[in-house]
Design a protein around this ligand. Structure first.
Ligand SMILES: Cc1ncc(COP(=O)(O)O)c(C=O)c1O
Length: 382
């Protein structure tokens, strides 16, 4: 069984280094038992443990599941003007205390990433991106033949905001993933504000996209949303996703927050899809269930410490993660590690050039999954 909120409460206490280690050895025993039973276990989808997609291993909270159950029989046969979608938009606006015109819903944040590149980039208006980072916007820039500038991370594997700002003149769009996927690094509010104000001063026609998909997984005090900057500057917008801490990747809901003129340009450049009734009611419930998001963040943080601790114990460096994945210096090509893990029915992350010769991204699954996975990593990296 995967960890659920009910099943978890009171079961394993982690937090201090000693208890993390104690938890690891207890979990190792259960890992061995579960490895034998893995074909039947729900730790594996079609026989493979999926540690490659950065989804929530735990899915939505009990209130959201309840909302889905109680709406599934209601009007699913009618949905061309789906219930609850307006309510979701209104709910998001109320949540941030902004007007509805400042919210753009989409079927996941993916269409917003694609639409923004189409809206603001062209052959003469380049797309600027750190590397490695989340690559949907870059793929879109390639598809439309936009100019592209890729930038290295700094020595701490963080996005180099000075370099990004220095490339802003003449650019159509700067993509800034905060926290960053795959490295998990984060920039605090002062650094973000300094960066945005510099770009808006030196290149006021350039648009900045701040992708906050992983904001709910950050370590306490490490970051704040850039929403106030998006409210202040027409050329700054942020995106959010219900696919991560809210556990709704399968229902495809995301949104952008920004000034109405900017959102209209994104919507005009690409289809945002139609958010459906069940997705809308689930997202609205998940958004308001702060208790569940706090639990999800805590659960992820404890699993993250346990797995990072295990890698340190094995002698491998891991980046400072503020997400539900870790980026490990495995000192060998990611493909080699990926293939070896797959022999043990575990799928880890794809290549992230230019670091694919040394680093691999591992999405964090449930406690049970990671206990099994850590044993496999030990074997494969031995
Ligand atoms: C940084 C980042 N942004 C956006 C997305 C897209 O997510 P979705 O379309 O499910 O909202 C992902 C997915 O992994 C991501 O890592």
């Amino acid at each position: 069984m995967k960890t659920t909120r009910r099943g978890f409460v009171g079961s394993i206490a982690l937090g201090t280094a000693a208890s993390v280690l104690a938890g690891t050895s207890l979990l190792s025993q259960s890992a061995r038992a579960q490895t034998r039973a893995h074909e039947k276990s729900d730790n594996y989808d079609d026989g493979i443990m999926q540690l490659n997609q950065n989804e929530s291993a735990r899915g939505p909270g009990p209130k959201t599941i309840q909302a889905l159950h109680s709406h599934v029989n209601k009007r699913v046969g009618r949905g061309y003007a789906p219930d609850h979608v307006d309510e979701l938009e209104e709910g998001i606006a109320n949540y941030y205390n902004i007007s509805r015109d400042y919210v753009l819903l989409a079927t996941g944040s993916t269409p917003l990433l694609q639409g923004s590149v189409r809206a603001f980039c062209s052959a003469d208006r380049k797309f600027v991106t750190p590397m490695p980072t989340y690559s949907t916007s870059l793929s879109t820039a390639r598809q439309i033949g936009a100019g592209i500038e890729e930038q290295s991370l700094d020595s701490a594997m963080a996005i180099n905001l000075d370099a990004l700002a220095a490339s802003a003149r003449g650019a159509g769009l700067l993509y800034f993933c905060n926290p960053n996927n795959p490295t998990g690094t984060v920039h605090g509010p002062q650094a973000v504000e300094r960066f945005v104000r510099r770009v808006m001063r030196e290149a006021p026609d350039t648009v900045i996209h701040i992708d906050e998909a992983y904001i709910n997984y950050t370590q306490p005090g490490k970051m704040e949303t850039a929403l106030p900057l998006a409210m202040e500057f027409e050329n700054v917008f942020i995106t959010r996703s219900f696919s991560k801490a809210h556990g709704l990747a399968g229902l495809r809901i995301g949104y952008a927050l920004g000034q109405p003129q900017t959102l209209a340009k994104i919507r005009g450049a690409w289809g945002m899809g139609d958010v459906n009734m069940l997705g809308a009611i689930a997202a609205l419930t998940a958004l308001e269930d702060k208790e569940h998001i706090a639990w999800e963040a805590q659960e992820n943080a404890e699993i993250r410490s346990m797995v990072i601790g295990a890698f340190h114990e094995m002698g491998f460096e891991v980046g400072d993660s503020n997400t539900n994945h870790i980026f490990v210096n495995i000192r060998r090509p990611a493909k080699e590690f990926r293939d070896a893990c797959l022999e043990h029915k575990i799928l880890v992350g794809r290549d992230f050039p230019p670091m694919e010769k040394t680093h691999c991204r591992i999405s964090l699954g449930s406690r049970e999954e990671m206990a099994i996975a850590v044993e496999v990593f030990r074997k494969v990296l031995a």
